[in-house]
Design a protein around this ligand. Structure first.
Ligand code: AHR
Length: 490
């Protein structure tokens, strides 16, 4: 029997709702077809945005959306995406399939989408191939409420009032597709570009995010903090879970048990990454003023057969749900430093929460994890600990990964992931100084290879979970293998 201790007296950090954020790029069928079908489409839409997708994302309380990239951000010129659609420039999307980008989805459409979703906007600017002036004018166009060349242009294009811009990224992956820069060079570029990201609205400070490290590049984090730490609000981190390697990543639907454990073990690396980059951040920023922004994370497999290799379209199984569940528990646990995270990418690309096919849409197992975890948003993290065997070959992967939080009414939410394919886990949960009067629970579980298809959209679904018993100090339960369980404790 494993011991699970939750301490409601140990109130730790606030879990920012933005940890549950999403990422959408002009890549494959994420923006076009996924979110945006145009007003004339037979697919039900409001101002061109798919109704089914918007409704599904509102249902999981999507807090923030990152756009327009990704690699696309550093070759995007925002003025190509405003004004009458027929006059908008067409460009080649060189990173993603070499397809024609007609710029019919631009700044106005993005803010319309955020407003329909009820979420905050996170815009990523172009450092790699854009100018300081271009970036500065974009900020003026979006946020200035007065008379100026860019505010007037916005008004000419039909938008009188400025929008609220909460987050702005100064470039993306500038160590790679965003210009192949060295950290010292990028740190100076960040200082220069960021200078002209003006706060036109004195009531709204734009949260400036510097391009951060790829995976284990700790030197990048160190140099950025040394040289530009004082000028940034957030520093990003990118990490993808790839079961194989960049050339042979592995398939989304067909994988051996061994490949499953490799995937989960690699996903669990997120704990080490957040901890070690966080330790470096602590050296330069002991008060934790600078947020860690994990603005790209998720699984990355071979594309589905017969689809454009540049579109990164992949299916999503219970394995992905386990990855999502454990990763979000890690972010909760490190919410003193992790202030935002954005799964890549919302629709039809990489670890998506929804897939579309014409007017059809399905929700993936990953979607249901976001649905189960949504109550953690803005809660207070509680001190918690679980005893657990280590189950992978290298002995590093815990079988059980949990987090617990409390809301303003004193209700406790605990999410537990059992990463084992075939072994359940008996748990005795003790909650300090807390008399349990009621527990409700939900579970997402299935065969590890189960997935939702357009033929069977309900193969993986959240179900009520009743296999627990209230005790005088907490509760006892048996967590099934390959599952994500949420307990709501009153
Ligand atoms: O999400 C796909 C790509 O992965 C992004 O465009 C880029 O930032 C990262 O390398």
């Amino acid at each position: 029997m494993e011991k699970y201790l939750i301490n409601p007296n140990q109130k730790l950090s606030k879990i920012s709702k933005d940890i549950y954020g999403h990422f959408s790029e002009h890549l494959g069928r994420c923006i076009y077809e996924g979110f945006f079908v145009g007003e004339d489409s037979p697919i039900p839409n409001v101002k061109g945005m798919r109704k089914d997708v918007v409704e599904a994302l509102r249902d999981i309380k999507i807090p923030v959306l990152r756009w327009p990239g990704g690699c696309f951000a550093d070759e995007y010129h925002w003025k190509d995406g405003i004004g009458p659609k027929e006059n908008r420039k067409k460009m080649i999307n060189t990173h993603w399939g070499g397809v024609t980008e007609d710029n019919s989805f631009g700044t106005h459409e993005f803010f319309e989408l955020c407003s329909q979703l009820g979420c905050d906007a996170y815009v990523c600017g172009n450092v790699g191939s854009g100018s300081v002036q271009e970036m500065s004018e974009w900020i003026e166009y979006i946020t200035f409420d007065g008379t100026s060349p860019m505010a007037d242009l916005r008004k000419e294009n039909g938008r009188e009032k400025p929008w609220k811009l909460k987050y702005f990224g100064v470039g993306n992956e500038n160590w790679g597709c965003g210009g192949n820069m060295h950290p010292e060079f990028y740190a100076d570029q960040f200082r220069r570009y960021e200078t002209y990201v003006r706060d036109y609205d004195s009531n709204n400070h734009i949260y400036r995010i510097a391009c951060g490290a790829n995976e284990f590049d700790f030197n990048w984090t160190r140099v950025l903090l040394q040289k530009a730490g004082g000028r940034m609000n957030g520093l990003s981190l990118h990490y993808y879970t790839i079961p194989g390697n960049w050339h042979k990543k592995g398939k989304a639907l067909e994988f051996s048990d061994e490949e499953y454990y490799t995937t989960i073990e690699k996903a669990y690396k997120m704990e080490e990454l957040v901890r070690r980059h966080g330790d470096i951040m602590d050296q330069y920023d002991p008060d934790k003023r600078v947020g860690m922004i994990v603005d790209e994370w998720g699984t990355w497999y071979n594309v589905e057969e017969g689809t454009n290799p540049g579109f990164l379209y992949q299916q999503n199984t219970m394995r992905d749900a386990i990855v999502a569940g454990l990763t979000l528990n890690i972010f909760n646990k490190y919410s003193d430093r992790v202030k935002m995270a954005n799964i890549a990418q919302t629709i039809n690309v990489l670890q998506s929460v929804a897939l579309t096919d014409g007017e059809d849409m399905l929700l993936t197992p990953t979607y249901f994890v976001f649905k189960m975890y949504k109550e953690h948003q803005e809660n207070t993290l509680l001190g918690s600990f679980i005893t657990t065997p280590k189950i992978s070959e290298k002995g590093k992967l815990p079988k059980l990964i949990e987090s617990a939080s409390v809301d303003e009414n004193g209700v406790i939410y605990s999410t537990v992931v059992n990463t084992s394919i075939d072994e359940g886990a008996e748990i005795h949960c003790q909650i300090a100084d807390f008399a349990v009067s009621e527990i409700t629970a939900e579970i997402l579980t299935s065969d590890v290879r189960a997935y939702n298809s357009f033929e069977n959209k309900n193969a993986v679904r959240i179900k009520e979970f009743n296999d627990f018993e209230i005790t005088n100090d907490g509760f006892k339960t048996n967590i099934p293998p390959c599952s994500v369980v949420k307990f709501v404790i009153k």
